[in-house]
Write a protein that binds this ligand. Structure first.
Ligand code: FAD
Length: 293
């Protein structure tokens, strides 16, 4: 049974996301993390694609290696940034040869210093166009992104849901969310998306917050546009770093259990290439009876 079969039969999936590192030290950290994956038995892992194709070779190398050495289904991300259709076709061809079955198809962000996304003259403006190319010319399963708190460039949540529906109509078989910390925001989004005709499984992106600095105004989490609920800040508290980490993990466990009780399609952990926090959350979920099949 592939993970997409599982998703479509209503069995929640467990997955982890990694990024191709830049330095030898960071590769060493990542390989230690990847070594923990067989024990966690995810349904798939995904590998991000750097801005403007900057990680093109590293993404493809890492994807092939994980798939081959760990025998875990691996989903590479691919973005439209800076690529012509021909270049995208070349990359898709390479991924096909590496035995990849599923692609996470995204538009990507405008490069730093550029206010708005500009498509390559012979490329794509929206993820839905890349998805159509993949559906029409390659036999990959396709995933796409969605934003429970609205994509920052979308004028309204409704127009962003229409964009998600277009990705579904063009061939996406599942969608994974931007991270969020307030489940009610996701439940409201899901109701609206379903009312607008979205039927594909919606997997949620999870990030266990393990320190207060992660919530800094210019930090990764704020840049993702996620609202930080007061209850998360209160739960983390201050003081001893280990105690803060334990409370952050506890928050993520409760957030995950609530999502699973509300029949979310799957949990996808943004690992930042370290698995300590997400593996503790996963073990706790298994001890509560989740992810046993
Ligand atoms: P789209 O779906 O194309 O949407 C982009 C914007 O255009 C939205 O505001 C949407 O509402 C609007 N829009 C879409 N279609 C239309 C239309 N026809 N008319 C008018 N407006 C429209 N980035 C990376 O660089 N590398 C990664 O590996 C990566 N992985 C990600 C994984 C996940 C799960 C998620 C949620 C995001 C990821 N991103 C990644 C970030 C993503 O590339 C950015 O958020 C990007 O700005 C939008 O990508 P998208 O695929 O959602 O774009």
């Amino acid at each position: 049974m592939t993970f997409l079969d599982k998703l479509t039969s209503g069995i929640p999936t467990l997955s982890f996301e990694f990024s191709p590192p830049k330095t030898p030290a960071d590769w060493a950290t990542l390989y230690t993390t990847l070594g923990t994956m067989p024990k966690l038995a995810p349904d798939f892992v995904s590998v991000t694609y750097g801005a403007g194709g900057s990680t093109r070779e590293r993404t493809i190398d890492l994807v092939s290696r994980v798939q081959r050495e760990l025998d875990i289904e691996t989903v590479p991300h691919l973005t439209c940034v800076g690529h012509s259709k021909e270049e995208l076709a070349d990359i898709l061809g390479l991924l096909k040869k590496s035995g990849i079955r599923t692609i996470m198809a995204l538009r990507g962000d405008a490069p730093k210093g550029q206010n708005e996304f500009v498509a390559h003259p012979d490329g794509f403006l929206y993820a839905s166009d890349l998805i159509k190319l993949i559906r029409d010319e390659y036999q990959f399963q396709i995933g796409c992104g969605f934003y429970p708190e609205k994509h920052p460039e979308a004028s309204t949540l409704e127009s962003d849901i229409e964009a998600l529906k277009r990705k579904q109509d063009n061939g996406a078989g599942f969608a994974t969310s931007q991270l969020f910390f307030d489940n009610d925001i996701f439940y409201r989004f899901r109701d609206k998306a379903v009312a607008a005709g979205v039927t594909i499984p919606l997997v949620v992106g999870m990030l266990p917050v393990t320190s207060q600095p992660q919530l800094a105004p210019n930090g990764f989490i704020r840049r993702c546009g996620a609202e930080i609920p007061g209850k998360l800040i209160d739960s983390l508290g201050q003081g001893d770093a280990k105690a803060v980490m334990d409370r952050g993990i506890d928050y993520a466990i409760h957030q995950s259990m609530d999502l699973l009780e509300h029949e979310v399609a799957g949990l996808h952990f943004y690992t930042m290439n370290r698995s300590a926090a997400s593996s503790r959350v996963t073990s706790a979920l298994r001890s509560h009876g989740y992810f046993l099949k």
